[in-house]
Design a protein around this ligand. Structure first.
Ligand code: ADE
Length: 359
């Protein structure tokens, strides 16, 4: 019986075929073995002609380095568009008898195919050209490209590939030049490993638990906050108490807060591109405070105080009262003076008070 068509076919053209060997391992190797992914690797030199089988030449107009030749790349991309398969990568290890991990889901319904770019001829394969001069590769690209059926990667080395190759390739491919970051690698192979992994892990059935994508960094435009596992105390360092509280709502709120704060600290520009709720803004702008008031014998109703404080932008988490002292612990974006004034204003009319708020 022949294998069903894989969800994704990757073809990679390179002058260093062995560089793609990491694709045979771990999750991608497993995807190959499960028939979800198939990978063909093509040695560009197979299309080189002449005694030296050279693939590059000095740049027109002079300058350093070498440029890869269009007469070699053109036929290579033609042949692959026409169905040439190259050397098929197999999985590095047998995974078939592995026990299903707890987060593996055996049967995930395939998602309907969506054309990744409106108006593009999606019947043409996608040609990805890794280059530091390309558009930055993002998680949104990974998501869109995980729905492709056929992606061809053209790995350049030296000073790149003659630009006419891509102009011409538009007849047979949707061409995208992509960069994996603002630094310069020696060639596109490592970028292919990066993109292939980011794309393949999003294909249903590859990673298993689909929720783990939804919580990925960037999925909601924010970075993911820190993670913890057992034991609760390790080398004297405690994991945040809320995570062992069993209160899922509190855990979710804490995670959201961590995600927002990490994003602001590490990638503040990302925050400008996401729509933040009022609650998100409060989480970001507020801090924990404590207000300590001497209020004599005056009766204070916690419920009323909490409501009045909330109106003023001071969220009281605990309100404690003993003989003469009132202690409010909570969160606010107000200045310490304004928080003190908010507590004073929330007290019953005519209450004699002295107090302060500390942050
Ligand atoms: N080739 C060389 N540098 C690169 C980069 N930063 N991204 C993608 N491909 C590259």
């Amino acid at each position: 019986m022949s294998n069903p068509k894989p969800a994704l076919r990757l073809d990679v053209v390179t002058i260093f075929p062995e560089y793609l060997d990491p694709l045979r391992h771990a999750l991608l190797g497993k995807a190959i073995e499960q028939g979800i992914l198939s990978v063909g690797v093509h040695d560009l030199r197979d299309w080189a002609t002449g005694n030296h089988k050279s693939v590059d030449a000095p740049p027109l107009g002079g300058g350093p380095g070498m440029v890869m030749k269009p007469e070699v790349w053109g036929p290579a991309l033609d042949d692959i568009a026409a169905g040439r398969t190259g050397t098929e990568l197999d999985s590095a290890a047998k995974h078939r008898n592995d026990k299903l991990r707890h987060d593996d889901v055996a049967n995930v319904a395939p998602r309907p195919y969506e054309s990744p770019v409106a108006g593009d001829d999606a019947s043409k394969p996608l040609l990805l050209v890794p280059t530091p001069a390309g558009k930055p590769f993002t998680q949104a690209d990974a998501r869109a490209w995980s729905r492709e059926e056929h992606i061809v990667f053209a790995c350049g080395r030296y000073e790149g590939i003659d630009q006419r190759v891509f102009e011409d390739a538009k007849q047979r491919y949707r061409v995208r030049e992509v960069s994996i970051g603002d630094y310069v690698l020696i060639g596109g192979e490592v970028a292919v490993l990066v993109i292939a992994e980011a794309v393949t892990r999003l294909i249903p059935g590859v990673l298993g638990n689909t929720e783990s994508h939804e919580e990925d960094s960037f999925s909601d435009g924010l970075l993911e906050g820190p993670s913890y596992t057992k034991p609760r105390v390790w080398r004297g360092i405690e994991a945040p108490e809320v995570l062992t509280s069993g209160d899922h709502k509190k855990v979710d709120a804490w995670r959201r807060e961590q995600s927002l704060k990490r994003t602001r600290a590490v990638r503040p520009e990302l925050l400008e591109q996401v729509e933040l709720s009022e609650e998100d803004r409060f989480m970001l702008d507020s801090r924990e405070v404590v207000s300590v008031f001497e209020v004599g014998g005056q009766r204070v109703v916690a419920k009323q105080l909490r409501r009045a404080l909330k109106q003023a932008g001071y969220r009281a988490e605990t309100i404690e009262r003993n003989e003469t002292t009132l202690t409010v612990k909570g969160r606010t974006a107000l200045s310490l003076e304004d928080a003190t004034q908010a507590v004073a204003d929330a007290l019953p009319k005519g209450t004699q008070w002295s107090g302060y708020t500390a942050g």
